[in-house]
Design a protein around this ligand. Sequence first.
Ligand code: SF4
Length: 336
Amino acid sequence: MPWKETDDPYAIWLSEIILQQTRVAQGIKYYHKILERFPKVQDLANASEDEVLSSWKGLGYYSRARNLHTAAKTIVRDFGGVFPNTYDDILALKGVGPYTAAAISSFAFGLPYAVVDGNVYRVLSRYFGISDPIDERVGRLRLQQLAQECLVTGAPGDYNQAIMDFGAMVCTPALPQCVACPMSLHCRAYHEDRVSNLPVKAKKIAVRERHFLYFVIIRDQHILLSKRGRGDIWQGLYEPPLIEAKEQLSNIELAQKASLLLGKDISHRLLTPVERTKQKLTHQLIRATFYHFDLEVEHRDFQWFALTDLDQLAMPRIVDRHFKKMFSSGLQASLF
Ligand code: SF4
């Protein structure tokens, strides 16, 4: 992994933010692409939000990109463009939590801070036979303390990398390699036959279901889009005009709501769904339905974009995928 061969805190920070919610294989491509586009923290700070989001296109969880952008501006404004070199200053950057701060501090600056991620929780709770739930405060605190006590302070970066790799490759969630494991001699879970019961989680994550009804309106090789605002998922990303509903709507209800949204009476139209699809986020399940039609609309909430510029715009993955399908299947040509 390229970020293991550098001690540049900017590059390490970028890799850690990418890896928060992206697999390594996919992350490497973006790591190179974003470093090429913004080689220094100043380049990132001086970019526009649209440029930053567009470089993130395809990675999902765009709040990471917005936080990177904000933190880069902080580094330029408050630290003269030099990456901060204390744990507390790193932790204070937007989008950086205790795990990421410990990773950057130890990998880039050799500071003695133990990382605690899902791998570390799993390894420590099994090795020490701890059954306190890892999604409750008491359990987390106990394991965080233990992680700090186990840290090899002379080589914190190597230790942190090793325990995470060990969790990812040997002490894995489903099929840990206990028989071949070099730690099995002293592993409590292994000797007490509790490996499959650890770590313990107390609660299930509640998932909220939402219905997004999108109106894809294309006219003269232009498409109508709006930019999502603050206070909800996908802030700053572009999408077609949208109605959110608690459930699927009848055609009459849908046409009435669409008329209000677009400021045009389309209540006489039969709106046929072109695609129904879904996207699962950590706490939400988005069910999206796409409707296509041709309409002349001028509305201050929406903007027309040339179809040839779509590639430059950051969009929610569910919308991006729909557009790709639409163009590759010739659907667009047949409908408009
Ligand atoms: S013996 Fe099994 S459970 Fe214990 S540390 Fe090794 S892989 Fe993990």
